[in-house]
Design a protein around this ligand. Structure first.
Ligand SMILES: Nc1ncnc2c1ncn2[C@@H]1O[C@H](COP(=O)(O)OP(=O)(O)O)[C@@H](O)[C@H]1O
Ligand SMILES: [Mg+2]
Length: 271
């Protein structure tokens, strides 16, 4: 006799994103760097997860491949079951957006905040009136804590790093992706507003079913925000599990070492 509920069936919803044996090698010969080494994982619709590892472990290289800004040396990426190479980049970028670690690199200094945000409308084929677009831009800016009246016609070099990071977030809000890849999203934001920004991202995920992949070296941020953690070390995913599993019962020596550095983690995250 088979007992009903003897085994909980695995959740059968199909993954939003699926990565298989993804590898990135830079250079060749003795200068060769295996930045990402045959990693495989899935992101479920609406899921918040973190890719966690020290600097140099391959996180940003992974993000760049997921965003199709860098071609994998080997391996595949599937979005809603489809090989991403079969999807036009512009269509893909409506669904998958990013907030980067280094906002300097993502802004062209010729563009004002207004034209930077305006590009979001081109991506989503929004042909509403200029007044409507402007109202939406201002709304998105206020949502992420930017004063639209003061900043809308500023250029990137007139903004602080934190303001640029918030601006990327505002653009992501205007696009409304299914997956947001947030690479050290609050690294330039002062500690006192960090939690507010993270909470806002988590609310967006809940309200719109948006998946978020946080990419961070900060285990506190990962634990605070994420249902699931992927631990990355030297290009490999060495451990994967729910945030509780990984933090309470780490199995890989590298994860244990990461956790040893944050003895207060389980009490309360208080930055
Ligand atoms: N464009 C590149 N050319 C050569 N090596 C690179 C390049 N980008 C990253 N790397 C190397 O790949 C490794 C992983 O880097 P990265 O993905 O930026 O790590 P993380 O984001 O975890 O700090 C590092 O050794 C880095 O020096
Ligand atoms: Mg990085």
């Amino acid at each position: 006799m088979v007992l009903a509920n003897a085994v909980e069936p695995k959740q059968s919803s199909s993954p939003l994103l699926e990565v298989s044996n993804l590898t990135k090698i830079f250079g060749s010969g003795k200068d060769q760097v295996v930045a990402v080494d045959e990693i495989s994982f899935e992101i479920q619709p609406g899921e918040i997860l973190s890719l966690l590892g020290e600097s140099g472990s391959g996180k940003t290289t992974t993000a760049r491949m997921l965003l199709r800004l860098s071609a994998p040396t080997q391996g595949e990426i599937f979005f809603e079951g489809q090989d991403v190479n079969a999807v036009k980049s512009v269509d893909y970028w409506k669904r998958v957006q990013a907030i980067f670690q280094d906002p300097f690199s993502s802004f062209n200094s010729f563009y004002s905040v207004h034209s930077f945000l305006g590009k979001a409308f081109r991506l989503t084929n929004n042909h509403n009136s200029a007044a409507d677009k402007r109202a939406r831009m201002e709304e998105a800016m206020e949502k992420v804590g930017l004063n639209a009246e003061e900043l809308l016609f500023k250029r990137p070099h007139e903004l602080s790093g934190g303001q640029r990071q918030r601006l990327m977030l505002a653009r992501a809000l205007l696009i409304g992706p299914d997956l947001l890849i947030a690479d050290e999203p609050t690294s330039m934001i002062d500690a006192s507003s960090r939690v507010g920004i993270l909470n806002m991202l988590m609310d967006l995920s809940r309200q719109h079913g948006m998946s978020i992949m946080f990419i961070t070296h900060d285990i506190g941020l990962a634990y605070y925000t994420s249902e699931r953690l992927l631990i990355m070390n030297e290009g490999k995913i060495v451990e994967e599990g729910t945030a509780e599993q990984v933090v309470e019962h780490p199995t890989h020596p590298y994860t244990k070492r990461l956790l040893d550095d944050v003895p207060r983690l389980r009490r309360k995250w208080d930055i």
